[in-house]
Structure formats: structure tokens, C-alpha cells
Design a binder for this molecule. Sequence first.
Ligand code: IPM
Ligand code: MG
Length: 366
Amino acid sequence: MTFNIGVIRGDGIGPEIVTEAIKVLDAVGKKFGHEFNYTEILMGGCSIDATGEPLTDEAIAAAKASDAVLMGSIGGNTSTSPWYKLPADKRPEAGLLKLRKSLNLFANLRPAYLYEELKEACPLREDIIGDGFDMMIMRELTGGLYFGERSTKEENGQLVARDSLTYSETEIRRIAKRGFDIAMKRRKKVTSVDKANVLDSSRLWRKIVEEVALDYPEVKYEHMLVDNCAMQLVKDPGQFDVILTENMFGDILSDEASMVTGSIGMLSSASLNDTKFGLYEPSGGSAPDIAGKGIANPIATILSAAMMLRYSFDLDKEADAIESAVKQVLKDGYRTIDIMPQEAEKRGEVTQVGTGAMGDLIISRI
Ligand code: IPM
Ligand code: MG
């Protein structure tokens, strides 16, 4: 089969890690008889430099015309890069938010999984890690504080800034359904996270989640306050299967969950709408400090490409092949610097490799 993939390389380590993911996709295409065509799309700082805008209408049209979009990362150093002297709606991140909204990518899936081989990189104590953990954060991505009205105005002689948090029943219901659907394919547990002791939007969230839950009698669900969830993630991460939450809470909790796995360089993500289309990107950022050094971990991007094969193209066998190749490479003792355990290196058990070599090692196991 032939698939058209939009490619957003972006900024920082984005271009290097995307190169590896494309190499892996091509190897999968060759082995399983598929053709992947790529269309380069500009977004973020590189788009600002080339066009003055973080995301142009042409770029949105190119993304819409693709079967799916694979993305690296966008943005730069927020204290030193000239991109952050621009007005907020002209900065790199504004491009990503505009893309999410224009393509209605309301469902953001962020798996956080502890690899047996990377246990040493996990910052939690062994008794807390237990048998490991495997959770899916389902973050609402096109509503809430990110897209509410905002303003900064002078009132009574001082500046006052406002951001508003709005959710409609429809927005909550569609993401809740996605969360329960995913739970049905996993361990059938949903933890819906909110701040219902304070926020109206959270009280509506709870009400709608309870309505949706009625259609999924097999799924065990619970409500958890967001502050408690932040604590439970480091106290007992094994208790979670699907964490279902709104945009801002999901942003924060997904970073926390990924750090608990030991390396953000390992975690993929998918942003989906009501169609088969999806935007696939690593959970980590553009890491401008290590850009161009050839040391960035490409695994999260490669695993994002696997998610793309699974969710947008229905190529489960092919996605499995990538995921097992990644596991095998780790088992064979290859690590990028971010997941390199110092002790094991001394014992000569693992070998440190760069971005390109990691891509090649994964390809040779497909
Ligand atoms: C993420 C990022 C973005 C977000 C930024 C870059 C706007 O942190 O994807 O989690 O806050 O959604
Ligand atoms: Mg984030």
C-alpha cells in the first residue's frame, strides 16, 4: 500500500531524530511491501526564519492533505532565542497549537512505560517500581486553558492578565469515550483526573465522565484530584492504566509520568481527531543544547512512527516489528547517552551509541 506522510522536522534535535524515524519507516516499507511518500512541512522556529510565521496556511493545507504527519520537535531556548522576543502568537509553539486546532486533534495519547532494560534509569526506588508500570495518558488537546480567551490589560493603574478555562459537554464526552475505548484494549481501568473540589469545568468533567462510564460496564473507573495524581505518580505508578484528563493537567502529568520512566527520549505520542489522521511526535522537546551533536535519542520518534502505522494506517504487524526491534536493541545493550547507566558501563555491559547508529541498529533488527 502507498501512504503519504507529512514530515515536520522542526527545530533543535527535531531534524536528526526524524531522519532516523524515516530510515526505519523505509526499512519497514521494504520488508512489508509498502511505499511511504514524504512531504516536508515547515513549522516552528524554522518556519519563522523562512516565512515570518510559525505555521503558514500552505503548511496547514499540506498537513491536511497527508494521511498522517510525523513530527520531530519545535522551539528553542526560551531565554536566548530571538523567536521568544516575538509576540506570543508568532512564536514556535503557536504553530503547534494552531496545527492541533486546525486539524481538530483533540485526543492526545501519551504512553508511559518502564522498559525492563532501563530500570536503572528510573529515578524511583526499587520497592516503588515493583513490577514496573505501563500507563496511557489520554490528554484533551484542543480545549481548556490553552484555547480559552486571554488578555493582558491595564485596570486601575496596574496590568491584569486573564486566561479562561472552558469545556463543553461535547468536548468532554468525545475525549472520555476515547479514554474508555483505549482502556477496553488495555487493563480496563480509567482514572479520570480533575480539580472538582475547586473548578466548575472539573465538576462538569466528572459528570460527563460518569455518564460515559455507563456505556463501559467492564471498565473500572475512578476520579482523582490532580494534586493527588501528581503525588500518586511517584508513590505508586503501577496503579494506573489509562489516565484521562484535560489539556493543562495532561501537559503537566505527562511530563511527570515520562520522567518517572527514566527518559523522555523513549516516549512516543499520538494526537488524533475523528478520522484516521494523526500527528505523531516524541513526547520530549527540541533540546537545543544538544542539537546537531548526533547524540539525541531517536527512539521516541521511531516509536511515534510505529504508533502512526498502528493508529492511522492499521499496520499492526509492522508497528509490532518496530517495537520489538527497539526492545531487542535495548536487550543487546545499546544506549544513547540519556539512557546510559553509568554503573553498567563500567561493568562493560552496555555500549553508548549516537543518533544515527541507534537508527541503524534498530533497522538491522527489523
Ligand atoms: C507538549 C508541549 C506543548 C504543550 C507546548 C510546546 C506548547 O509542552 O506537547 O506537551 O504545552 O502542549
Ligand atoms: Mg508539555
